[in-house]
Design a binder for this molecule. Structure first.
Ligand SMILES: Nc1ncnc2c1ncn2[C@@H]1O[C@H](COP(=O)(O)OP(=O)(O)O)[C@@H](O)[C@H]1O
Ligand SMILES: [Mg+2]
Length: 541
């Protein structure tokens, strides 16, 4: 029998996918009424573990105990019937239905479970009572939702509250949240964390999965760290537990969590300028609306924003992969809008694409070929149409070493064999070794392990210090703030704000990311930036 206070416990829980062990004999116990954070790098096995607790995946071996009794969960239905609920990172709501409809959707079965023998017509008559119950939950937990609103019309944060409410309505005692903050703006993150603490006070147990250490520190009672499928340990969230100590547990070695900027100020010369760039989709709706910004030499301009606000399209347009309707893009004064990617590369622009597998790499090809892709027709790899395979091999060997691409036995494996972080390093090596004068970077560390993040950030800053004009698009706000000299914010395909990175805080950025605030074109003029810079310089004198 498990401890009376323990709500859920795993004993040697193991899950294999073929030969691969995603969860290796994980034993942990979570007490009723605690907030437990489960942290670990991408691919560590966190979701696999949670999916077993919620009946989505079945263990290969080991036991699962709920309130001291061994249980076997065939599906989420079994989990919910016991009192275990889960909210996934990608919401599973029906946008065309109302908040109320989404919450009761699928609850019918649970309700008949709860009130066995109840006839179907009873459910229909009950809809008023259901609405009352939902409203009562909204009021009790201060969920700030209108049950008649259509889900398509509410914010991302509100959608997440609907998902949580859906679980509370099913009367779960244990709520699992898998990476709940990935899609939220800073204000929504704070909101969610407050709400989780309130839920805990009302007696719920919460498991929160994340890889954001600050959030963990804000709400968890205890923190369990998973690395490569194994439980490394569980620590209390007290003063002896720091971001650094947690990162070390996650990665297995010491890591530097700060981005080390050189302090060198941005240059005067405009390297890259985008003017009034507008693009439309197939229905003639503007997906990029009058985008203007410029990047100086020795400067990183970060693009902040909640994903899906035009960042993907901006990157495609600037990489020559999408047609634009109006506007211009110049590099050192020369118009380059409409050029093909290979022409842009020849002009000295490097790209780190958002989707490294779709646009950056060929999984079936060896590293040595991937590491020259896009540049393969240029010397020294190719001269007069003849490939020089010796040079290509040597080049690859050198770059693999220089950019710390970790290989196992094979010296030149296909890229498909590499982890996300190592695959990303292949792209970085390829683009950076040409010493581009302009670097366009999108989501550089998504799905990349913490150790490699540090390396990639340092490489980007080194390019900046060598003179490159760098644009970094990222949905990770700390990354944008950490790397940039200036930050522009995108919302609904437009730029809503422009800031110096050392003068803006997260919550201010959040207001522009959510469209609450919007600067006028005047306020964002590059001339204004130049004036400010001059004034700041004068002040220093
Ligand atoms: N259905 C599956 N089939 C094969 N491998 C999987 C499957 N689900 C997860 N994995 C692998 O298991 C490992 C852990 O994945 P996951 O639990 O999603 O990690 P995390 O949530 O910590 O990022 C990864 O290497 C992933 O590729
Ligand atoms: Mg996961």
């Amino acid at each position: 029998m498990g401890d009376r206070n323990t709500i859920i416990e795993t004993r040697s829980l193991t899950r294999k996918f073929g030969d691969f062990t995603a969860n290796d004999r994980i034993s942990l116990a979570i007490k009723e009424g605690e907030i437990r954070a489960i942290i670990g790098e991408n691919g560590a096995g966190k979701s696999t573990l949670m999916n077993m607790l919620y009946g989505i995946l079945q263990p290969t071996s080991g036991q699962l105990l709920y309130r001291g009794r061994e249980v076997s969960l065939k599906s989420p239905k079994d989990a919910i019937a016991l009192g275990i609920g889960m909210v996934h990172q990608h919401f599973k709501l029906s946008p065309s239905l109302t908040v109320y409809e989404n919450i009761v959707l699928g609850a019918e079965t649970v309700r008949t479970h709860a009130v066995l023998g109840r006839k179907i017509p009873g459910l229909l008559i009950d809809s008023r009572k259901e609405k009352e119950e939902i409203q009562e939950l909204i009021d009790r937990f201060d969920f700030n939702l209108n049950i008649t609103d259509k889900v398509a019309d509410i914010s991302v944060g509100a959608k997440q509250r609907v998902e949580i409410l859906k679980m509370l309505y099913r009367d779960v005692d244990l709520l699992i949240l898998d990476e709940p903050t990935a899609v939220l703006i800073p204000q929504e993150v704070d909101d969610l964390i407050e709400r989780l603490i309130a839920l805990k006070k009302s007696g719920k147990t919460i498991i929160i999965i994340t890889h954001k250490l600050n959030e963990v520190k804000m709400c968890a009672d205890n923190i369990s760290v998973i690395r490569a499928g194994q439980l490394i340990g569980t620590v209390p969230n007290d003063s002896s537990t720091t971001n650094e100590s947690l990162a070390e547990m996650m990665v297995g070695r010491q890591v530097l969590l700060r981005v080390n900027k050189s302090g060198k100020s941005a240059g005067e010369k405009v390297r890259f300028a985008v003017r009034n760039l507008t693009a439309v989709d197939s229905e003639n709706k503007k997906i990029l609306n009058n985008i203007s910004f410029e990047i100086h030499e020795n400067e990183v301009v970060g693009v902040a924003g909640v994903e899906g606000n035009g960042q993907t399209e901006l990157m495609l347009a600037l990489s020559g992969l999408m047609d634009v309707k109006e506007g211009s893009v110049t590099m050192e004064g020369e118009e380059i809008c409409g050029l093909w990617p290979d022409e842009l590369r020849k002009k000295g622009i490097g790209f780190i694409p958002e989707d490294r597998y779709q646009q950056g790499l060929c999984l079936e090809e060896k590293i040595s070929n991937n590491i020259i892709a896009g540049y393969h027709e240029l010397p020294p790899y190719c001269k007069k149409g003849i490939m020089n395979y010796r040079v290509i091999r040597e080049n690859s060997k050198k770059l693999v070493k220089e950019y710390d691409v970790r290989l196992s036995a094979d010296a030149d494996p296909t890229v498909g064999c590499l982890s996300g972080g190592n695959a990303q390093k292949v792209i970085i090596a390829r683009e950076f070794c040409r010493d581009p004068r302009v670097l366009l970077v999108s989501q550089p560390t998504r799905g990349v392990d913490i150790g490699a993040i540090e390396f990639i950030h340092n490489q980007i800053l080194a390019m900046r210090d060598r003179g490159a004009a760098v644009m970094v698009i990222s949905s990770d706000l700390s990354e944008v703030v950490g790397l940039s000299d200036r930050i522009i914010v995108m919302y609904h395909g437009e730029i809503t704000g422009c800031f110096r990175a050392d003068e803006v805080n997260f919550s201010e950025l959040g207001l522009y990311m959510s469209g609450v605030k919007h600067m006028s074109a005047e306020e964002m003029l590059p001339e204004k930036y130049a004036r400010e810079k001059e004034a700041a310089a004068n002040e220093r004198e």
